[in-house]
Design a binder for this molecule. Structure first.
Ligand code: PRP
Ligand code: URA
Length: 209
């Protein structure tokens, strides 16, 4: 069974509260999402292996550790996932970024795919899928399947807020994918929105409401 990591660092929780607040406008919302994504990248990369190298400091030779040849891909689910890309890249600057376009049909709540562009060497990379909201889990599960169908083996899912229903759905379909979230909220409402959540992440990021 995959693991669910709830990242309860005080900085993440403080910023998430500001993100949730309906009085937070788009500019601040974007900045906060970027900052939280950067903080989450720190935890998501915790299991990266290290190797020893020889270097010279100004004082003399030293053995020191660097990350061991890890190739990473960051895959935002369009559109709201875009808000987390720059924060992740701050800490993992050598990552390549692929895009998967999915929107949730408002009536059926089923994910509809409309775009895909991935790094050419995607199968050699460890992929981090990012999307602020894990609601029914339909979009995330579809994106994971999409990447697996293209030969990707190592996938992590990172979101800001998850509903229990979304976590169950992803774990049922993909029990090899660990989930990293800043919060697990109470439930979904009748429109498939996370309660209390933060509203529509894409609209709040891009001011489309
Ligand atoms: C939102 C969100 C997720 C999805 C989550 O995207 O960013 O991708 O809904 O819902 P689910 O877990 O029930 O699939 P949306 O479809 O609103 O598209 P957008 O990012 O373009 O606003
Ligand atoms: N998508 C969002 O943007 N917010 C939710 O609460 C659920 C899906």
């Amino acid at each position: 069974m995959s693991k669910v990591y709830v990242l309860d660092h005080p900085l993440i929780q403080h910023k998430l509260t500001l993100i949730r607040d309906e009085s937070t406008g788009s500019k601040e919302f974007r900045e906060l999402v970027e900052e939280v994504a950067m903080l989450m990248a720190y935890e998501v990369t915790r299991d990266f292996p290290l190797e020893e190298v020889s270097i010279k400091t100004p004082v003399g030779p030293a053995k020191a550790r660097v990350i061991s040849g890890r190739k990473v891909g960051i895959v935002p689910i369009l559109r709201a996932g875009l808000g987390m890309v720059s924060g992740m890249l701050e800490l993992i600057p050598t990552a390549k970024v692929g895009h998967v376009g999915l929107y949730r049909d408002p009536d059926t709540l089923q994910p509809v795919e409309y775009y895909c562009k991935l790094p050419t060497d995607v199968t050699e990379r460890d992929l981090i899928i990012i999307d602020p909201m894990l609601a029914t889990g339909g979009s995330a599960a579809a994106a994971i399947q999409f990447l697996k169908d293209r030969g990707v083996k190592n996938i992590k899912l990172v979101c800001l807020i998850a509903a229990p229903e979304g976590i169950d759905n992803v774990q049922e379909q993909h029990d090899d994918v660990d989930i990293y979230t800043a919060a697990v909220d109470e439930k979904l409402n009748e429109h498939g929105y996370i309660v209390p959540g933060l509203g529509d992440a894409g609209d709040r990021l891009f001011g489309t409401k």
